[in-house]
Ligand binder design. Sequence first.
Ligand code: BEZ
Length: 261
Amino acid sequence: MKPGPPEMLSGDGNSTQKWDSTSYQRDTGFVSVYGEDVLSWLEPQRGERILDLGCGDGVLTHKIIATGATVVGCDASQSFVDTARESGLQVDLMDGQALIYDGEFDAVFSNAALHWMLKAEDVIDGVRRALKPEGRFAGEFGGFGNVAAVSAAMRAIGRECNGDAALIGPWFFPTVEQYSQMLEMKGFIVEDITTFARPTPLPNGLISWLKVMCKPFFDQFGDRADEIYAKTEDALRPSLCDHTGQWFADYVRLRFRVKLA
Ligand code: BEZ
């Protein structure tokens, strides 16, 4: 690894999103559970050296290690890095848009992190540099149309309540064609890429999820934040809450596996 700046704090360099690993694990712990499925696209091998890009609290990183690979995690959130290190992982505090690894990994893996990194081309450049010749890159993140209902509701309520819609996200949710083209332009061969809707049950309801994932948008309303959370919940109940009271996030996933030419 080449020497880099001592500490980079923002995950994406574009928003005020801050992570708290405790509320993340409590209210969105399903992220790593679904991520287990993506590991089959990585196919980690015993003895391989793998980078987990945007490793978060490191729950999935441990699962990759269990396959016999050596895994280094990296994440831009100090809270996540602290939690992952406390669990025994080797993790670097690093912005995924400015990776400083140099030809040292057999594979790079990423789950539910790439949509926070707007500079997607910089991410792909960094992954390419991090990989050994013939290395591979596999992962999953939000695809085109991801959380469309949630975003539309927040936009409408933001307008009605004089809020700043720019504080929703911003996120990178590409189509399969768009992301394939980006990867190919950077010298990767696309082996498999797909997108699918995955309505995802929210164990603690919509507001808990919004408080973890969309906090900057609601924080702008100060004392009115609770009222705005409730308004958003009311607006989305008909489309995202079923007859038993179970809430879902309208997730669309983009899953891919590519290798260096
Ligand atoms: C996602 O995992 O798809 C996601 C999470 C939070 C906000 C937007 C997207």
